[in-house]
Design a protein around this ligand. Structure first.
Ligand SMILES: Cc1cc2nc3c(=O)[nH]c(=O)nc-3n(C[C@H](O)[C@H](O)[C@H](O)COP(=O)(O)OP(=O)(O)OC[C@H]3O[C@@H](n4cnc5c(N)ncnc54)[C@H](O)[C@@H]3O)c2cc1C
Length: 185
C-alpha cells in the first residue's frame, strides 16, 4: 500500500512513452506498425501458422505469429480445428475476469489546493476488501473507486496559465452491461 500513497510508479511523459519507445525499436529493426487494425483470422495450414488476415481483407504472410490480444481473443481467431486441442478447451473454461469502466476528466484550476494529490486513492464502500476482490460484483453500485490525478505525477506536464490537469476514475462493472453493444459475441 505504501507505494500507492506516493502514486506508485508513473512514466515521465505519460504511458504513451512506452508505445513510442517500442515503436522506435520496431522501426529501427525494419518492422512496421499498424494501429486500428483488427485481426480477423490467424491462418494455419498443416499445423503451421501461415500469417494473419485483417478485417479489411488484407493478408499478411508470416512464419511466426505472436499474439498479445489475450488468450480467448487469440483462440477465437484460430481455425476451429486448432481450438479442439485439450489445452484450448481448458483455457475456454476459464471465466473472463471482472470488467472495469474508466472516466478521464480534464480539469482547470488549482486542484492541489482542493485536495488532489499524487496518491493513488482506492475508495471502498466496505472494510471487507478481500470479499470485494473475491466477488467484486456482489455490490450493485460502484463498490469501489480508484481515483488518481496523473498530471500531478508527471514532472514533464506543463499545466499552463489555466492550470490544466487530468483525473482518472475507475470502478468495477459487470461486463454483461455491455452485451447489447457486443457485435462479436
Ligand atoms: C482498470 C485497470 C487498472 C490497471 N492498473 C494497472 C497498474 O496500475 N499497473 C499495472 O502494471 N497494470 C495495471 N493493469 C493491468 C494492465 O493494464 C494489463 O496487465 C496490461 O494492459 C496487459 O497488456 P497486454 O498487452 O497483455 O493486453 P492488453 O493491454 O489488453 O492489449 C491487448 C490488445 O489486443 C487488442 N486486440 C484484441 N483482439 C484483437 C484483434 N482481433 N485484432 C487486433 N487487436 C486485437 C485489444 O484491442 C488490445 O489493445 C490495470 C488493468 C486495468 C483493467
Amino acid at each position: 500500500m505504501s507505494s500507492y500513497f506516493d502514486g506508485a510508479w508513473y512514466p515521465v511523459g505519460g504511458s504513451a512513452v512506452f508505445a513510442e519507445a517500442f515503436a522506435q525499436a520496431v522501426r529501427a529493426g525494419g518492422g512496421d506498425l499498424r494501429t486500428g487494425e483488427t485481426v480477423a483470422a490467424i491462418r494455419v495450414h498443416d499445423g503451421r501458422v501461415q500469417g494473419v488476415t485483417l478485417e479489411s481483407g488484407v493478408s499478411i504472410d508470416a512464419p511466426c505469429v505472436i499474439s498479445d490480444a489475450g488468450v480467448r481473443n487469440t483462440l477465437r481467431m484460430l481455425p476451429s480445428e486448432e481450438v479442439d486441442y485439450d489445452w484450448a478447451r481448458d483455457v475456454l473454461e476459464i471465466e473472463p475476469s471482472v470488467g472495469y469502466v474508466g472516466m478521464y476528466l480534464g480539469l482547470e484550476g488549482d486542484i492541489a489546493a482542493n485536495g488532489a494529490s499524487t496518491a493513488n486513492d482506492w475508495i471502498y464502500e466496505s472494510w471487507d476488501v478481500d470479499q470485494l476482490w473475491r466477488n467484486p460484483l456482489i455490490e450493485p453500485d460502484a463498490p469501489m473507486m480508484f481515483v488518481s490525478f496523473p498530471s500531478l505525477k508527471d514532472p514533464r506536464h506543463d499545466p499552463g496559465p489555466q492550470q490544466r490537469h487530468t483525473c482518472e476514475i475507475v470502478t468495477f462493472v459487470d461486463p454483461d452491461a455491455f452485451t447489447p453493444w457486443n457485435t462479436r459475441a
